[in-house]
Design a protein around this ligand. Structure first.
Ligand code: CUA
Length: 326
């Protein structure tokens, strides 16, 4: 598509070209009609000027062809914009199945990032090139927004909920990370960097970064420490639903309805247990609101994701799923 660098920041993700093309189309349409209207104003002002003091122009009556033209053409244009935007929107929000999971918690005024292999970063994000990355975003205080112009992604980190966005970087390098939602005094200082690395280099970084405890291992410990285990095991008298193999599966709810057990559902069930009770169970679970931090909730979710139905759990099942690829 040529060199857009005059109009756009560098594009370094698989979707940046699509976003730019749509954006350029919107600009082109706007410029075209601005120029057309401006030019017609001048032309008509001259052509239909008052030619003498006694001149009275003919009265204007309606014109059906004209009405149809200026209705149908704009309708067609906005429908193109709608369909095109919808396509780009779905591309940006349908996370590839094999994406590598990374958790991001916004906090005034930093980004707290954790890899599924345990590495933590503050306002820096290291990722391998050519691998789809799924970010699960939330916030500990106010709304922030995770913005990487080079990847053309921007997603709010909202307290009390999980948002997801994904990207696949195409070029190694260092890219700007901004907070794009005004969040207080040091909003402008809530900046960071995304480092896109060759896979081998990324592995070196991973092993050098000191993995510490993985989120799922931390979650497993919490699961015991908070005594979740006393109700949520197949062999504990079934006071609460067993969680083995739960993740990604449909759940039937008391009072009808069903949903898929995703991160957001598990989070809600920890913090507001009676919001969506599983069919056949009583709403007896206490809330853990105020007892666990957002990061700890993410760890519990990571642990529950590793629980497979029956059998031993594979170590860190969803760990860096995409990293094995060259
Ligand atoms: Cu965080 Cu602005």
């Amino acid at each position: 598509m040529g060199n857009w660098s005059f109009f756009f920041p560098e594009g370094a993700s698989t979707t940046s070209g699509q976003v730019d093309a749509l954006y350029f189309f919107l600009i082109a349409i706007s410029v075209f009609f601005s120029v057309l209207i401006g030019a017609l104003l001048v032309v008509f002002a001259i052509q239909f000027r008052r030619k003498s003091d006694s001149f009275v122009p003919d009265a204007i009556h309606g014109s059906l062809p004209l009405e149809l033209t200026w209705t149908i053409i704009p309708l067609g244009i906005v429908l193109i914009i709608f369909l095109w935007s919808a396509e780009v929107f779905f591309t940006l929000h349908r996370v590839p199945k094999d994406a590598m999971q990374i958790n991001v918690v916004g906090k005034r005024w930093m980004w707290k990032i954790q890899h599924m292999t345990g590495q933590r970063e503050i306002s820096e994000l290291h990722v391998p090139v050519g691998v789809p990355i799924k970010l699960t975003l939330t916030s500990e205080d106010v709304i922030h927004s995770f913005f990487v112009p080079a990847f053309r992604i921007k997603k709010d980190a909202v307290p009390g909920r999980y948002n997801t966005i994904w990207f696949q970087a195409t070029k190694p390098g260092k890219y700007h990370l901004f907070c794009a939602e005004y969040c207080g005094t040091k909003h402008s200082g809530m900046i960071g960097s995304v480092y896109v690395m060759e896979p081998a280099q990324f592995q070196t970084w991973l092993s050098g970064a000191g993995s510490g405890t993985t989120p799922s291992a931390a979650g497993e410990k919490l699961f015991t420490d908070l005594a979740c285990v006393t109700c949520h095991r197949a062999d504990t008298g079934q006071r609460g639903p067993a969680l083995d193999g739960l993740f990604g599966k449909p759940v039937k709810l008391a009072g009808g309805g069903s949903l898929t057990a995703d991160e957001a559902y598990i989070r809600e069930s920890i913090l507001q247990p009676s919001a969506k009770v599983v069919e056949g169970y009583q709403p007896i679970m206490p809330t853990f609101q105020g007892i666990v931090s957002e990061e700890q909730v993410m760890q519990l979710v990571a642990y529950i994701q590793t629980l497979r139905s029956q059998g031993p759990k594979p170590e860190a099942a969803n760990t860096a799923a995409g990293m094995a690829k060259p």
